[in-house]
Write a protein that binds this ligand. Structure first.
Ligand SMILES: NC(=O)c1ccc[n+]([C@@H]2O[C@H](COP(=O)([O-])OP(=O)(O)OC[C@H]3O[C@@H](n4cnc5c(N)ncnc54)[C@H](OP(=O)(O)O)[C@@H]3O)[C@@H](O)[C@H]2O)c1
Length: 262
C-alpha cells in the first residue's frame, strides 16, 4: 500500500537536452518536479527558472546514476522530500562513437549501467508509486534501438534493451492506469553528440528538442497510444525498413550511413 504524498514527476537527465525539455513542458502544465542529473548547478538554474515561471515546487537531486547504489537511494530521497512519483522520465543516458575495440572499458561499463541498469532499477523501484498515482513512464530510448549500429555498437544495444523492456512493461501495465512509452528520437540538437565524441556522427536530419517533446505529449494524449513512438516520418520509415530487411543488408546500410556521417 503506497501512502500518496505530494505528487511530482521525476526526470533523470534533466540538466540538459531532452530531459530539460521535459522539465519545461511538465512545469508549464503545472506539475511539481524532481530533477536528477550530476551537474547540481545546472539543475538549480533550471529549477529556479521553472519555479519563477510556473509557480511549481521543484526539488533537485544531484547524483551519478551510473552508480547503482545512488540510483537505489532515490526512493528514500523522494520520501525525505515528501514526494510520491506521479511520473518517471528516464532521459539520463549517453553514447560513445567509434569502433568497439577502441572504446574505454570503464566508459562501456558506465554506459550500460546508466542506460540499462539505472533505468530498469528506477522503473522497478518507483513502479508501485506510479501505479498508485496512475502515473506516466517515458523511457527515452532511440531510433538506434531499431537496428544494430556498427560504430556505436554498445549504445544501440543498450537502446534495443530499453525499447524491448518498455514494450513488455507497456503490456504488463495495460489496465493499470499507468501510461508507458518508449520514446525513440532520431538525431536531436542536444549535448549528446559532443558527449559521444563526435559532433558529425549524425545520420539524417537533426530535430529540435521541442519537436521531440511535443511529439511525446501528443502521443501520450491518445487513448489508444501504442508502446513506441519513433519521432519523425523519415526515422519511422527507417525503423520499418531495418526491421523488415535481411540482417546482413541492414548492417551494411547502417554501417554505410554511419561512415558517411562521421
Ligand atoms: N540527442 C540525440 O540525438 C538523441 C537521439 C536519440 C536518443 N537520445 C537519448 O536521449 C536521452 C537524453 O540525451 P540528450 O540528447 O538530451 O543528451 P544530453 O544533452 O547529453 O543529456 C543527457 C543527460 O543525461 C545526464 N547524465 C549523463 N550521465 C549521467 C549520469 N551518470 N548520472 C546522471 N545523469 C547523467 C546529463 O546530465 P549530467 O551531465 O549533469 O549528469 C544530461 O542531463 C539519452 O538517453 C539519449 O540516449 C538522444
Amino acid at each position: 500500500m503506497v501512502d500518496i504524498q505530494r505528487r511530482a514527476v521525476v526526470i533523470t537527465g534533466a540538466s540538459s537536452g531532452i530531459g530539460e525539455g521535459f522539465a519545461h513542458e511538465f512545469a508549464r502544465r503545472g506539475n511539481d518536479l524532481v530533477l536528477v542529473a550530476r551537474r547540481a548547478a545546472a539543475l538549480e538554474t533550471i529549477a529556479r527558472t521553472l519555479r519563477n515561471a510556473h509557480d511549481v515546487h521543484i526539488d533537485v537531486i544531484a547524483c551519478d546514476l551510473s552508480d547503482l547504489d545512488a540510483a537505489a537511494n532515490l526512493p528514500t530521497a523522494l520520501l525525505e522530500r515528501g514526494v510520491t512519483a506521479s511520473g518517471l522520465i528516464n532521459s539520463a543516458g549517453f553514447g560513445t562513437a567509434g569502433e568497439f575495440i577502441a572504446e574505454d572499458p570503464n566508459r562501456i561499463t558506465s554506459e550500460i549501467l546508466l542506460n540499462v541498469g539505472a533505468l530498469t532499477l528506477l522503473t522497478r523501484l518507483l513502479l508501485p508509486q506510479l501505479v498508485a498515482t496512475r502515473g506516466v513512464i517515458v523511457q527515452v530510448s532511440s531510433n538506434a534501438s531499431h537496428q544494430p549500429l556498427p560504430g556505436m555498437a554498445v549504445y544501440a544495444a543498450t537502446k534495443a534493451y530499453v525499447t524491448s523492456f518498455t514494450e513488455a512493461l507497456w503490456r504488463e501495465m495495460k489496465g493499470s492506469g499507468v501510461r508507458v512509452l518508449a520514446l525513440c528520437p532520431g538525431p536531436t540538437a542536444t549535448e549528446f553528440f559532443a558527449v559521444a565524441g563526435s559532433e558529425t556522427f549524425k545520420v539524417g536530419a537533426v530535430a529540435e528538442v521541442k519537436n521531440v517533446i511535443d511529439g511525446a505529449f501528443r502521443h501520450l494524449a491518445r487513448s489508444q497510444a501504442g508502446p513506441v513512438l519513433t519521432v519523425g516520418k523519415r526515422n519511422q520509415l527507417q525503423g520499418v525498413l531495418s526491421r523488415t530487411s535481411p540482417r546482413r543488408l541492414r548492417l551494411a546500410v547502417a554501417a554505410r550511413l554511419v561512415a558517411e556521417a562521421s
